[in-house]
Design a protein around this ligand. Structure first.
Ligand code: ACO
Length: 375
């Protein structure tokens, strides 16, 4: 009897290059270095839209009319305050806890409070998406404030999303140039097809688990420094380097130690991240506003050294880290800011997954011991 040898299965580590499904939410094209949200170039959205308009676009597929936007804003502004047990849970967590752990826990409590958690209809999931969108700024702002020994600042319904977020964090609405840079960052972070955290949300949704569970899982995936945690890590790198004149030597040493340089490289973009020019322009306005040429010089020197040494370009986290620093956010709060933005993309994908769901369950190639038996 002849035994047929089976061809070894092709293994794509990290699912690199694997197309697992279709999506109508965004298109990343590394060849043309473009990113479209529902067909619109992200640069155009960043230049001309509010974050509320972009959230609406991601969820509904079209930008809102004036009437639709007004209704959405009323709904969102009315839900900005946290329930007592969400605040109490945040208060109960040690200040040593990473803010990503706090935001992940807060979303769990918001979900547990919702009597409609198990309702997976589109209308219910849309309502949940708006609730998370409205309440995440309060979670993130309150967490930064309590760490600084400051009281919670009540939300203001007369302010738009970006203004209110900054108001709740700092107790004042900063100069328009700062609000604008923040708005741009939120739009650029909102959506990026099947990145690790979005894919996590889709995997969880594919089991028919609820939207909050999918968002909690996505937050966990975003925390890692190879993904969203990089914006925080960039600022730690800047602190470690200290000043622009030390950037090149620092990079040599870091590369010799085989360290990954945070804020550089991308799984999909190999010739530069399409979102960087818009965020770099926003960073430049902040550098001028706060008069911090030293920070700009460090930024430029490290980028120049990395590109000439490795030909690896910066990703969005590279300009957004120092931009959030200049705005006054604590370094550990940077990735929760990413959460507050990306929750729009995650929830759009959760709803899209449910429209034509198939359980996501890949195969693996076993490489453990051959079958054996207890003696
Ligand atoms: N620093 C040093 N070397 C790098 C970097 C980097 N940031 N990025 C890629 N490389 C090198 C790798 O060492 C590898 O070199 P080798 O072939 O000699 O071993 C080669 O480039 C390919 O890199 P991989 O890690 O295999 O590429 P992958 O597509 O898996 O990684 C990733 C993409 C994880 C983003 C990577 O570039 C990285 O770790 N970057 C730093 C973390 C970061 O900034 N993450 C943010 C991502 S974007 C976002 O979330 C908004």
């Amino acid at each position: 009897m002849t035994t047929q040898t089976q061809a070894a299965p092709e293994i794509r580590k990290g699912l690199a290059g694997v197309v697992v499904d279709t999506t109508a939410i965004s298109k990343v094209n590394p060849e043309t270095n473009s990113l479209l949200y529902r067909g619109y170039p992200v640069q155009e959205l960043a230049a001309g839209c509010s974050f509320e308009e972009v959230a609406y676009l991601l969820w509904h597929g079209e930008l809102p009319t004036e009437v639709e936007l007004a209704a959405f804003q009323r709904d969102e502004r009315a839900q900005r305050e946290l329930a007592g047990n969400v605040r109490a849970t945040i208060d109960s967590l040690p200040k040593s806890a990473h803010p990503m752990d706090v935001v992940r826990t807060a979303v769990s409590v918001i979900g547990a409070n919702d009597p409609a958690t198990a309702d997976s209809s589109r209308s219910s999931n849309l309502a949940k998406s708006v609730r998370l969108f409205a309440q995440l700024p309060a979670v993130v702002a309150y967490d930064q404030r309590r760490r600084r020994g400051q009281e919670l600042v009540p939300a203001r319904e007369d302010l738009d999303y970006a203004e209110n977020f900054l108001w709740m964090t700092f107790g004042e609405v900063p100069a328009p140039v700062v609000v604008d840079a923040f708005r741009v960052s939120l739009i650029l972070y909102a959506e990026h097809s099947f990145n690790a955290s979005t894919f996590t949300a889709r995997v969880i949704t594919s089991t028919l688990a609820d939207l909050y569970s999918a968002v909690v899982g996505a937050i966990g995936a975003l925390k890692g420094p190879l993904h969203g945690g990089a914006n925080e890590a960039v600022m730690h790198v800047f602190d470690e380097i200290g000043s622009a004149d030390k950037a090149e030597a620092w990079l040599e040493q870091a590369l010799a130690e085989k360290r990954k340089i945070m804020g550089f490289g991308h799984r999909v973009y190999k010739n530069g991240d399409s979102r960087v020019p818009s965020m770099k322009a926003a960073l430049d306005t902040l550098v001028a506003h706060y008069d911090r040429p030293d920070l700009a010089a460090l930024y430029d020197n490290l980028e120049h050294a990395m590109v000439s040494r490795k030909n690896i370009q910066p990703n969005l986290d590279y300009p957004s880290g120092p931009a959030y620093h200049l705005m006054g956010f604590d370094t550990e709060i940077f990735t929760p800011l990413f959460v507050a933005s990306r929750v729009t993309g995650w929830t759009a994908h959760i709803m899209e997954q449910l429209e034509a769901n198939a359980l996501i369950r890949p195969l693996s190639a076993y490489n453990g011991p051959d079958e054996r038996h207890l003696a």
